[in-house]
Structure formats: C-alpha cells, structure tokens
Design a protein around this ligand. Structure first.
Ligand code: ATP
Length: 743
C-alpha cells in the first residue's frame, strides 16, 4: 500500500514553541519525497473556512521560521469544527484539493477532534456526493483520510512521548523567571510563591523546582495531605533558621488538596504570612511560559517529529490506524493515537480520584524519582546519624573545562549523601586538590543556590594525575579518610580517574572506588548519550547564531560559524540542525577540497538565484588545514562577487552562563543516582568504579576500566558511532531544500 501524495499540516489548540520547526520539517520532508503539501492557517478553523487559509506550500514558505516562537501558521479554538456541518465543510475543503493526509500538531483536544474527523471522513464524503457538492470520482479517489498527530503542548502531559513540543522552552522561561525572582527574594529575605502552568500535569512545576532549587512544590498528581501547611512552614522556617535568605514555593495552577479544594498561590501566601509572618509575594508567570524563541531541544524535537510524521503518512495506507509520533530517549516512536489520548485522559481521572501512587506511577519513573529527589533536597535537617551504616566520607572533584551543571551535580551529591548521614569533602581545582591536599568540607547550606550557578564553584583544572603524584594522592585520601571519589567532568576527568584505578596507583595505596559523571559541553565521553553542560552550550550557540543570521538580513552574506566540541561534532551538528545551517563540517568526517568545491558551487548557485544569506557551521577540530579563516577566505574569493563571507568563532561564550533546565535536571538526577549507588555498593563491600550516563532515557553504568577500549585511538571521542550522527541526513535535507531558498 502507498500513502497519500497530497497532505496538509496544521497547528491547533494552545501554541507552543517548536511548532514551527515541526511544520518546516513536515513540509520539507514532503517536498523532498515529491509530495504536495498544504499549510492550513488558524488551526481546525482554517480547515472549516478553507479558501486562502489552505495553501500549497513551497520550501521557501517555511524558511526563516525555525527560530520563531509560537506558530507561524496560526492556531485557534474552533467551535465550528465541533459540529458535523463544520467537519463536512472541512472535508470538502481538503478533498477538493486532493488532500487525503493530515498532520495535526496540537494537544489532546485537537487530536481527538482530528480523529473524529478521520472516522467520519467516508460518511462526510458520501454526504457531499449526495448533496451534489463533490464528484463521486473524487470521493472514490480519496475515500480514507490518513492522520498523524504530534503533541505540541507546554505541559508535557501526553502518553506516547517522553517530551511534548514546547515543554523544554516553557521550562526555560520558568527558570529564567525563578532565577530572577530568587535574586530579589534573597536580597530582601522574602518568600515568593510562583504559579506555573499545568492544569492537569505537574511536570513544569516539578522539574522547574528541581532545576531552580525551589524550597517547596505543589503538583496536581500529589495533592498535599491534610496538614500540608505545617509541613511547608516547617521546611521554610527551618531554612530561614540556618541562613537561607530566599524561599520559593512553586505551585502548579491545577493543584487541589485531598478533598478536591483548589489551592491557589494566594492561598499559599496567606498561610505563610499568617503562620510565619513572612513578607510573601505572589508571581503568576502566565503566558510568558508559552512565549519566546524555541530552545535547541524544541527545534530538534519539532524537526525530528515533523519529518517522521510526514514520512509515516507518505508510507502508510490512509485507512491505517492513526498514529501519534513521539520520542523515547532519542528514538522516534509511533503509537496508536487514540490509545495515547485516552491513556492521557485516564491519568486525569486517576488524579481526580486521589489515587496518588497510581497517578505518580502513570507519569513515569523519571517523574516519580524527580519528586522523591526533591523531597530529599528541600528539608534542611539532614540526618545526623547514619541509617545503621558507618558514616562515609566521599571526595568530590571536577576535572577539565567547566561545564554548566557541574555545581548542580555537587549540590545533589552533598545533600543526598548528608541525608543518609554521610559527609562530602570538596577537592579544590580538580586533581590538583587531590595531589596538594587542597580540600573544603561541604555542608548542607554551603551548596545552597548552586543549581543555578554557572562555572564550577569547587574549581577545576586540566591537570592529570601522574605516577609521581600517586603517593601524595594516597596520603590525601588517607588523611581525609575518604571511602570513595566522585569525579564530575569530561575527558580529563575520565582519563584521570582511569589512571587512579590502574596498577601503579593501586601499588601506591590508592584503593577507593571512583564514580565518573559526564560533564562536558563537548559530549565526547563514552557511556552516555548526553553529558551535563552540552544542552546549555547548544542553547548558547543558537542564541548567537540567530543574531548572526539576523545581522545578514539585508545583505548577500554567508557566515562560517565555528563552534567548540574538540573531536566531537555534537555541538556543530545539533546547532546546525537547530539553526538551519546548510553545511556542517564535523571532525568525524574531516573536510576535503572536493567537498569545499561542491559546497561553494551550491552556495554560488543559491546566491545567483536570489538567496540572501548562507550559514555554514564548522566544528573547531573538523580539519587542521581547512580552518574557519581559510574556508571564509576561500568562499569569499571564489564567490564571483555574488556574496561576501564572514567567519565567526563563538569561543568561550559556549561554556558560560547559567545552566539550562535540562542540564540542571540531568546533573541532579545523575548525581543522585550515582551517589546512591556508590553508598549502596560501599555497604555491600563492592569497590568497583563506574562511569555513569544516560542511555536511551535510562541511567546506566559502565565499568571505568573499560574507558580505554571504548574510545577512538588518537581522538577524544567514543569509538562507537553516537546516536546523533544518524541525524546528519536529516540536517542536510532540512537545510538544502532548494538552492534558491535560505535557511
Ligand atoms: P491545549 O492542550 O493547548 O489545550 P488542545 O488541542 O487540547 O490544546 P482544545 O481547545 O482542547 O486544545 O482543542 C482544540 C480544538 O480541537 C477545539 O477548539 C476544537 O475545534 C477541536 N476539538 C477538541 N475536542 C474536540 C471534539 N471532541 N470533537 C471535535 N473537535 C474537537
């Protein structure tokens, strides 16, 4: 069976950032496959009204929208579409254009409406034929409507996908606001109650709290038990007593208590003012959360899912069961659309019935474990006595370049260990601290506020432990009675840690288990799909590249942008995908003269046909000879005067700035898991050393001694091909739709 050859795409329901990426990808994938694609303006209402609202799109029609927030096609709530007559008009508008495939990007309401439309389609066509409004042949040619749904929603509340398009951007908006509020709250020793969106889902409130280091959270899945006011007041006043200056409570807008009574942010304020006499302010973040340019992740997600939706529709019989296209880890997955919608709605029923355990379980293990972690992190009374096990002392250090999220990891390591009655010793400036015995004892409050902090508070360095250092390292470990080490960093961290478990180190008396957490913007260490810091770096890059692109709007100019990554092309490929770069040069591929000539020819052809700007992303180690300067000079010299070329080396802005929500969350969850497993292993007498990572959405460990065999000889990257290299053809297809069209 073959699928449709003419399809339509629309966005519906509440807008969310990344919808444009999905539309752009759906359109370009269809055109690349030789299909015709229509854009429907104003959501399902546009289907009903037809006319100018349903237009055949070219690749150029979707250029320049990748970085825009909201939806360029527009969206609306449509009462007409809820009526059968409205849907009959919609069917007419599609079938008269020969369309029998539909990509709908929206929430559960839009997907339900679209599914009803699909089920009614044959009958609607029969009615149109009977009324003389449609030729019987047209009805016969398009007797079924193919449907694929993508979830565009900031709430991240849909079964069938790990993430919905727009949720990551909403989290960014929340974190920016909460960070800003924390600084004023801290100055005045105030308490802030912040209401975030999420009527039926606490994802934004929960992850926002974990990422921003909020002190209390209320979510719909876990209606607080009677007496929650006392618990909250205890937590907040306990914090004040030991010196916390800012108190922040996050409230999801749909929260109710166990009796179904709504709890508003204002209710929370009243409790705090009356019981604690706190100067308390309420901030309702509101629609700020929906707005703004999509994050790198939402651009990636929209692109991957939009492409997959069209590809699925073009390959499937229109009569096939409609599918929801979502993501699991980094894999695109399809699931029966209405099963997902119904399962999502049943969670709302479970929440309403106060079945808390089930509601939490239905949200998935990362939701539940994040909630449990938050419960560990917010109280300010770590257990003084260990839980029946001897108190441990563990050392924590960074190594290599700073990566945003390192501080968030240390905060969680300290608090999770202390909550179990153990102690953490910070080693200053990486392995140097271990060699020179430069340490600092870390306490519960000494890591307060660290989740949002850029850089590495403990300090970091590229110094690797050499055999001559081993005796001094053994002395430091003995002097501080360290039972184990946690090393948070990138290549230097892994390499150094690997040396410390070797025979020479052991002979010198170094005999502690070591845990490595991946924290490097380069995303170049083995044992993990992603490393802490790389998401922040990607977002730093796209913000700058967006500006660079805008600067060229009136000129005929091509930019060659150089990004970091050392021997890993992750940042280059993913930023190229997220900014619409036409060419990406990666260290994994190298650069040849033939390739440069071909790219130059494509650029020239494009500019001759009226293209206004070009974008090439080059990874810093893509090739030792063909540098950014060289490529810029070559392209400019050979441009035939049709365009000029500017090189831009982004440099260390990529490593800086406050960590993104994802990096804070990933750092917190990895750190909690790692320290928990290390402490458990010590209790069992297991002294093995591990690299921790996220693979396919789960936390996994790999024996540290395998590090040398898992990396490529002579290069700083894993030997196995990473998941993101599979995105290369997609990146190229998306950006090179037609030579005449920009990015
Ligand atoms: P959000 O999650 O942002 O609210 P949504 O897609 O769930 O997005 P809704 O307002 O529920 O938003 O639905 C959007 C549109 O989908 C409605 O205005 C209506 O036109 C259509 N729709 C929703 N439910 C149905 C239904 N049961 N039958 C027909 N159409 C429906």
């Amino acid at each position: 069976m073959t699928g449709t050859r003419k399809l339509a795409v629309l966005t519906s329901g509440g807008d969310s950032a990344g919808m444009n990426a999905a539309v752009r990808a759906a359109v370009r994938a269809a055109l690349a496959a030789g299909a015709e694609v229509f854009g429907v303006r104003e959501g399902l209402q546009g289907l009903v009204d037809g006319g100018e609202l349903i237009q055949s799109l070219t690749s150029a029609d979707v250029s320049g929208i990748l970085q825009l927030g909201g939806t360029d096609l527009g969206t609306a709530r449509s009462d007409d579409f809820r009526t059968r007559d409205g849907r009959r008009r919609a069917a007419h508008n599609l079938v008269e254009r020969g369309v029998d495939g539909l990509v709908v990007i929206g929430g559960d309401g839009s997907l339900t409406g679209a599914d009803l439309f699909r089920r009614e389609w044959p009958a609607l066509l029969d009615e149109l034929v009977a009324a003389g409004e449609l030729a019987p042949e047209a009805a016969a040619d398009h007797h079924e409507l193919g449907l694929v749904g993508l979830v565009g929603s900031i709430d991240n509340d849909m079964v069938g996908t790990d993430m919905t398009i727009g949720a990551d951007t909403a989290l960014h908006r929340i974190i920016e606001a909460v960070d800003a509020i924390q600084s004023t709250a801290s100055s005045h020793q105030r308490t802030f109650v912040i209401e975030v969106m999420g009527r039926r889902c606490g994802y934004l409130a929960l992850m926002g709290s974990l990422a921003a280091g909020a002190n209390f959270v209320l979510i719909p899945e876990n209606p607080p038990a009677d007496g929650w006011e006392d618990t909250m007041c205890d937590v907040l006043s306990g914090g004040r007593k030991i010196g916390r200056r800012a108190s922040v409570v996050l409230v999801a807008e749909g929260v109710v208590d166990r009796h179904g009574n709504p709890i508003t942010a204002h209710d929370v304020r009243t409790v705090l003012e009356e019981r604690l006499g706190e100067d308390t302010r309420v901030t309702t973040l509101g629609h700020v959360q929906r707005g703004g340019s999509p994050t790198a992740f939402d651009r990636y997600l929209g692109t991957v899912l939009g492409h997959a939706a069209t590809t699925h529709l073009l390959a499937t019989d229109p009569g096939a069961e409609p599918q929801l296209v979502g993501i699991r880890g980094h894999r695109v997955v399809t699931s029966p659309l209405m099963e997902c919608v119904e399962a999502t709605r049943s969670i709302a029923d479970v929440i309403s019935s106060n079945d808390i355990d089930r509601a939490m379980a239905l949200r998935g293990s990362s939701f539940t474990s994040s909630f449990e972690l938050l419960r560990t992190l917010v109280p300010v009374r770590p257990r003084e006595e260990p839980d029946g096990t001897p108190p441990r002392r563990l050392g924590v250090l960074h190594a290599g370049a700073p990566a945003p999220g390192m501080n968030a990891a240390v905060r969680v390591i300290v608090r999770v260990a202390m909550a179990r009655g153990h102690r953490i010793v910070g080693l200053v400036d990486g392995f140097r601290g271990l060699i020179d015995d430069d340490t600092t004892e870390l306490g519960w409050m000494s890591v307060s506020g660290w989740s949002a902090r850029p850089g590495a508070e403990l300090g970091t360095s590229r110094r690797l432990p050499e055999p001559d250092d081993f005796d001094r390292i053994a002395d430091t470990i003995a002097r501080h009675r360290l039972d184990g080490l946690v090393v948070v960093g990138g290549w230097t961290a892994y390499q150094g840690a690997n040396r410390l478990i070797g025979d020479a180190a052991r002979a010198a008396g170094i005999d502690v288990p070591i845990v490595c957490l991946p924290a490097t913007i380069n995303n170049d260490v083995p044992g993990t799909d992603l490393s802490i810091g790389s998401d922040t770096a990607l977002n730093n890059i796209i913000v700058d590249v967006d500006k660079i692109k805008e600067s060229a709007v009136a000129s005929q100019r091509c930019f060659v942008v150089e990004v970091m990554g050392r021997d890993s092309g992750y940042l280059a490929l993913m930023s190229g995908l997220a900014t619409g770069a036409e060419r990406v040069y990666l260290p994994e591929d190298g650069i040849s003269l033939d390739r440069l000539q071909a790219d130059l020819a494509t650029l020239r052809a494009g500019f001759e046909l009226g293209k206004r700007r070009g974008l090439v992303v080059r990874s810093e180690h893509a090739d030792p000879l063909y540098t950014t300067e060289f490529i810029s000079a070559l392209f400019e010299h050979e441009s035939g005067g049709d365009f000029d070329v500017r090189g831009a080396i982004l440099g260390h802005v990529q490593q800086g700035g406050s960590p993104s929500p994802f990096d804070r969350i990933q750092a917190s969850r990895l750190a909690a898991d790692a320290i928990g497993r290390l402490l458990d292993a010590l209790d069992r007498g297991d002294r093995s050393s591990h690299m921790f990572g996220h693979v396919d959405g789960s936390i996994v460990t790999t024996p540290l001694e395998r590090f040398p065999e898992l990396v490529e000889a002579g290069a700083h990257r894993p030997s196995a091909t990473p998941w993101w290299m599979d995105l290369r053809p997609l990146a190229e297809q998306m950006a090179t739709a037609r030579p005449s069209e920009g990015c």
